[in-house]
Unconditional design. Structure first.
Length: 334
């Protein structure tokens, strides 16, 4: 599948999401609802999760329409969690725009997140399948637990690969997993197909979190839409940091730990220095390879599905996420 076909999927989903948003605003044009919903429309996003949901339904022979309300529910849930995440991470910029807390202040942003979450629940209920309501609801609890676990790890001296994976699976992979699984259930997939798509989502989700970690330190803000080094500034034990803490010399380790513990507010000099330690320790290359492994596993998980355009698109999404990162970091950082 070419990039163009993915773009068409995004257009389709955005149009359907737009219709729901317009309907909501017709029913109730309250200021806070308008602020929450227009923000989602104006700032966009990759829409990976809902598209995975729609394609999963098609990949098992079902129709995308059956999965549409759930796909919208998952996108609203994801946006709700990002609004709250921006409060926790003190993130002023999201998707090249002022974040919700930066726009409206923290208190209103909390309510905006809750409101989006409520709308998500309503859209989810529309699918009419208790199994799907249950698996997406479980994902909500997982996301919250993952966010909390990540938060607690910030104060630990040294996280490890195990704790990192636990956070990645809960905080990020849970929504990818729910998207693929819900789509497969709604599309009428059999047990094996549902399991294969579930594990596709899980592996892609972990790969996505690792890619996000790489972009935090190597990405161009013009593309990522967020400032560079935010994870480091927030004391985040990213995969790259965990690797570097095991593969750099004592003074470099102490430097990274001092930055992460926020002994002082790191400036661009500190971020650049941390980046060069990560490069020298091979941490970026390590993270790239691990992300690639998860992408490969994700692709293998659905290799046994009957051939279809939807399956090819799901394979493409996994591969494309990796290509994008590699172009970003090639030559410059490894
Ligand atoms: C972004 O991660 C954050 C998440 C994927 C989940 C955030 C979850 C919560 C705030 C708790 C649950 C809330 C609800 C409404 C269910 P990141 O900080 O690694 O990514 P970023 O760099 O894009 O901010
Ligand atoms: Mg964040």
């Amino acid at each position: 599948m070419k990039e163009r076909l993915f773009h068409e999927e995004v257009l389709y989903f955005n149009q359907k999401l737009g219709e729901v948003i317009e309907q909501k605003l017709l029913e109730c044009n309250h200021e806070i609802l308008r602020d929450a919903l227009t923000y989602i429309q104006e700032t966009g996003g990759k829409r990976l999760r809902p598209i995975i949901c729609l394609l999963s339904a098609e990949a098992v022979g079902g129709s995308r329409e059956k999965a549409l309300s759930t796909a919208i529910a998952i996108e609203l849930l994801h946006n709700a969690s990002l609004v709250h995440d921006d409060i926790i991470d003190e993130n002023d910029i999201r998707r090249k725009n002022p974040s919700n807390p930066a726009r409206y202040g923290e208190k209103k942003a909390i309510i905006i997140g809750d409101l989006l979450f409520g709308l998500s629940c309503e859209m989810l209920a529309r699918c009419g399948v208790p199994e799907v309501v249950s698996l997406v609801s479980n994902a909500v609890a997982d996301i919250a637990m993952g966010e909390y676990l990540e938060f607690t790890l910030r104060t630990l001296q040294e996280a490890n690969l195990h704790s990192y994976m636990e956070v990645a699976e809960l905080k990020t992979a849970a929504t990818f997993m729910a998207s693929a699984e819900a789509g497969a259930v709604l599309g009428g997939g059999n047990e094996v197909e549902i399991e294969n798509l579930r594990t596709y989502g899980k592996n892609l989700g972990v790969a996505f979190q690792i890619q996000d970690d790489i972009l935090d330190i190597c990405g161009d803000p013009a593309n990522t839409g967020k400032p560079v080094g935010l994870d480091i500034k927030n004391g985040e034990q990213t995969l790259l940091v965990i690797h570097a803490l095991h593969h750099s010399n004592e003074s470099e380790k102490e430097y990274i730990k001092a930055i992460l513990s926020r002994e002082r507010d790191p400036g661009i000099f500190d971020i650049n220095r941390v980046r060069s330690i990560l490069v020298d320790a091979g941490s970026i290359e390590y993270a790239l390879q691990l992300a690639e492994e998860f992408v490969r596993t994700a692709r293998n998980c659905i290799a046994g599905l009957e051939d279809s355009e939807a399956k090819q698109k799901l394979q493409f999404i996994a591969q494309f996420s990796m290509e994008r990162i590699k172009i970003h970091v090639s030559n410059t950082f490894i």
